[in-house]
Design a protein around this ligand. Sequence first.
Ligand code: C2E
Ligand code: MG
Ligand code: MG
Length: 419
Amino acid sequence: MPPLRSEASPRADTANRKKRAIVLDDDPSIGDLIRPFAEGAGFDVEMIGDPTLFTAAYSADVDLIMLDLNMPGLDGIEILRFLGQNRCEASIIIISAYDQEILAGARNLAKREHLNIVDVMTKPFDLSKLAGQLGQAGSSSARAPRSSAMRPPQDRPTVAELQQAIAENRLDIHCQPKIRLADRLPVGAEALVRWKHERQGFVPPDYLVRLAEDNGLVDDLTNLVIRKACDNFRLCRLAGNLVSVSINISDRSFGDLRFPDKVLALVEAGGLSPSDIMLELTETSLSADTKSVIDILTRLRMRGFQISIDDFGTGHSSLSRLNDLPFNELKIDRSFVQNLDRDARARTIVRNTIELAKSLNLTTVAEGAETPEQVRMLSEFGCDIAQGYFFAKPLPVDEFKSWMKSRVASENSAVGSTG
Ligand code: C2E
Ligand code: MG
Ligand code: MG
């Protein structure tokens, strides 16, 4: 389904505007059931029984969409994708008789599309819960703010601004420690790019990286991050604490077969050695042209760099592909780690991923560990390293350095003073 032609206009959220709801279900009895509750909660309700009519009825001022996942002709997943493409900001309630796994899949897709799913209701409904949800849905407080990566175009930093910020060296890095679970000592840090825009404050890295990638600026961005990482970690290494610095690289850099030598030259000029550097490549980016990926990763390894597969679990790498590519480390995506304490399936995935990685001789890193319970489980499953807010958020370099000193001093006095 193509996106609507015009950009969804920012919603006119005047207090008096009547809220609009669409109920999309091929079963008319469901609509009849929902309508009085929705009207009672102040919605103008439009019932649609034929999913192919939905795109014509949808517009950006819809506040609430109740969506049946299984309909003839067009399934609810296609509708979710359409809503994502159109940057829908409405509250969405999924109604479905499907089992938990399918519903979890739909929720995941919606999350990826930055949609605001407020509830998943399984048939038959709990009507009191429905009334409660409808009371809240569509209010501006219930609407999750879309990340600023999704801001209307006129608000977003432009390529020209990014180019200038890079040229003037105004981008920065924050550093997030990686903690070895066996002794809770920091054994590395990930450098994450940060851009503080004059008008808009911090620009979300995901948006900024995509902007750089789409406009031929990603090599300049990577260079800047490597230079800043070298400048700072040379000093950290002198303090004797750090094992490696992780740097994210983009698969767009893989079009250039000289990439390994360029990175090597930068790192050496920055006073570090390739063995100090862990290059992170997301699992999704591995689907790029296989030959050049193998070529570049192998040559990076030959030059002494370590390679990590980032956001593992979000892409589609086969086991053989994992075995073909010369990785040192596997980072389990934070979406699994964060569900460890509430979702048995996430636990199974994390435990098995750790087993798999170990059998391939890869170091395992869990990203996004936020709670003591998550950290406890990761230790129990034999995960080597964790990174996440539980230990520290990504910190400005100076704060990071103080954090390292106090952490090392308090966790293990045997390591000694840290300069
Ligand atoms: P990533 O490489 O997977 O980095 C980890 C992200 O998880 C970071 O987001 C970090 O702030 C966040 N994070 C870490 N611990 C937690 C936690 O406990 N809870 C939660 N909710 N989040 C946590 P950030 O800094 O927003 O970066 C997002 C992505 O942007 C990165 O994901 C990476 O793919 C990309 N990125 C960042 N810096 C660079 C860069 O210099 N170059 C490239 N190519 N990509 C970069
Ligand atoms: Mg990363
Ligand atoms: Mg990651």
